[in-house]
Design a protein around this ligand. Structure first.
Ligand SMILES: [Cu+2]
Length: 127
């Protein structure tokens, strides 16, 4: 008898907890739209191309350009065209053992070019 009475008391309390929890969960989901997490992507410098030549990354991602260990032609990484308000950037001209990184926070298209080889280009899409 006492157990049955205890259940009767507990059940509404449990339901009340569910009712109060449900809107809280839905509210949190509505307030925070799903945003893909920033990533780090590596790009290899070759004679004369970037690999990969096309990238799509979430805003806030970091791109790391890596020159090879063995010396080849000299190359650089220059922002030729980017979204409005993004400052142009340029790496050093290097032939080997060099790394250049940039965090891309603004959405849009970034066109990268090597100033020594105009055919050496890459496109990064930040979304
Ligand atoms: Cu080059």
């Amino acid at each position: 008898m006492t157990v049955a009475r205890a259940r009767r008391i507990l059940l509404p309390a449990g339901l009340a907890a569910l009712v109060t929890l449900a809107p809280a969960v839905a509210g949190a989901g509505a307030a925070k739209p799903r945003r893909p997490k920033p990533v780090t992507k590596r790009v290899q410098i070759h004679d004369n191309y970037y690999e990969p030549a096309k990238l799509t990354v979430p805003a806030g991602s970091t791109i790391v350009w890596e020159w090879p260990a063995t010396t080849g032609d000299a190359h650089d990484v220059t922002l030729d065209k980017g979204p409005k308000g993004v400052r142009r950037f340029q790496s050093e001209v290097a032939a080997s053992e060099y790394t250049f990184r940039r965090r891309l926070t603004k959405k849009g298209r970034y066109r990268i070019v090597c100033t020594l080889h105009e055919e050496m280009t890459m496109d990064i899409r930040v979304r």
